[in-house]
Design a protein around this ligand. Sequence first.
Ligand SMILES: Cc1cc2nc3c(=O)[nH]c(=O)nc-3n(C[C@H](O)[C@H](O)[C@H](O)COP(=O)(O)OP(=O)(O)OC[C@H]3O[C@@H](n4cnc5c(N)ncnc54)[C@H](O)[C@@H]3O)c2cc1C
Length: 558
Amino acid sequence: MSRKCPDEGGRYKYLPKLNSYVDIVSKFIHMKGSNIMGKNDAANTRLPRRDFVKKAAAGIGAAALAGISAKETPAAGASRHWDITADVVIVGAGAAGIPASIEAAQHGATVIIVEQNYDIGGHGIESGGNIALGGGTSLQKKYGIEDSPDAMFDDLIRWHDYRFSDREIVRAFCDENVPSFDFLLAHGVKFPDVSPNGADGGPQNVLRSQTVHWSGEVSAFSPTGGNGTSLMRPLEASARKLGVQIFLQHSLTGVVREDNFSGRVLGITATHQGKTLNIEAKKGVVLSTGGHTSNVNFRRMFDPRLTEEYQVVGEPYSRQSGDGEIAAMQVGASLWGAASQTLETQARSHIFEKPYVIGNQFGYPQGGGHRGENLKDSPVAGLARAIGLFVVDFQNVIHVNQAGRRFVNEFATGFDWWNPCLESNGGKSDGGGPIWAIFDADAVKRESWVCAPPFVDPDGWFFTSQSLKELAGRIAGKYQKETMPAAALEETVARYNRFVDGGKDEDFGKPAPKYKIQTPIYFRSARPTGFNPLTASRPTAVLSPVKIRRTEQTLIIS
Ligand SMILES: Cc1cc2nc3c(=O)[nH]c(=O)nc-3n(C[C@H](O)[C@H](O)[C@H](O)COP(=O)(O)OP(=O)(O)OC[C@H]3O[C@@H](n4cnc5c(N)ncnc54)[C@H](O)[C@@H]3O)c2cc1C
């Protein structure tokens, strides 16, 4: 048997079985130890921690813990056995963690990143690669766009959505936009030589946004084909070149302090293949695990309607379970700027996304690049199971709830679509229950859909039948707690067909309903909506709706 072990670059390769994983790691670290010690000595004088933290605050969007506490603190203190040691331990190899690692390494620190996933990138690698950085970047200057940190600050704090963000953080963000842009350039991120454009979901009066492009295939290198590949892969390469070690498939479980509930932070605990490792951080811990949208209980603190049936954009490749936020709160940090997560702002309506892909559980593939193609080449194919059907024209479907009733104008977007979805909709739980798209064989032709795997997921996410009655009885999805009443579905479709005859949707105002649902086979396809990360900051930005605040003993930034 062979087992996986990190090689020099932190990637995994199969090695002959050794006594234990911890042995492997210990040997690996011990081998590196003399370098680490040497570096440490130098780093003690060379690493300007305040600068490092300031940079992190301004440009990275991470929670940096220099002296925080723990969830799990057995045998805390000097007698603790450490399996791995570094100056700076970063949790999460995403859009925040990797730049943080580069910054720390450049200042002379030895750096370890602990990453839960089998590869780096997080939501960052799946993202659309739209990077909103202005304040007078070289690209803005080249295209004659006048901007400055002050002008940017003025815009952002006045903009109807961002006015709920913490101004101290917005100020730091604006001041650091140009250095952050230069940082990305210096670390291999290539922006197309075109004029910056309007920021995605931000003030549009000054052009402050640019998009990196990924035109390659979906592959192990680009797990969902997102443009974010062209952001994260160059940064990863730069981090590795600087000696950052990335421990994949290692999950943060807690932060270790001097005493159980007090004292400096000494490191973290992480699990790997069922084993717990103690990882010492001589100079600081950076928590950059993204947001908490995959954590149902956590997200329901902000909106109780966000029950389990709502999928998170970014899954299944990358989950954001709030581990970093929870660890930070355990040492006295608080979440901050949470209003953006509860108010119906324009940005939040962007956060809650109406899915355009149906027939599968996840809106896969996400991000830019080659949407909907080459699932077979993706390492997440087994998890995602199906590509889904992209809805071009919402005239081709009606949306019904778990009780078989229509409840919304299918063309609606933002909160006009979301709020009806989140209503109780015939169920007994806090959320709105599953939402189903109903369409017939003619709609399939009009949309040119292929209603077979790998496009649809017949395992609870796509059903077909010759009659509506049979279709209603067939549904057995995870979130459909009761059988859909067949009579209700038949009545709903009959009523909708009458609206098509009359050219008017008397219930929800769908503009000129066009097509009857009448041609067997009937299809029912689900995707109970999707929503974007609520708290994760944009790559290199700190306009995250929620941030973690300074506590008495730590400086924590998100
Ligand atoms: C489809 C999609 C498109 C997007 N498009 C854009 C865009 O165009 N422009 C834009 O600005 N933003 C975009 N975003 C948002 C952007 O990707 C995020 O804001 C950004 O990635 C957040 O960075 P992060 O480092 O906080 O989190 P992530 O990039 O998600 O990184 C967090 C990392 O932490 C790891 N982790 C989590 N828990 C643990 C644990 N316990 N132990 C160890 N590791 C852990 C995760 O596996 C992950 O790798 C998009 C997001 C998605 C999903």
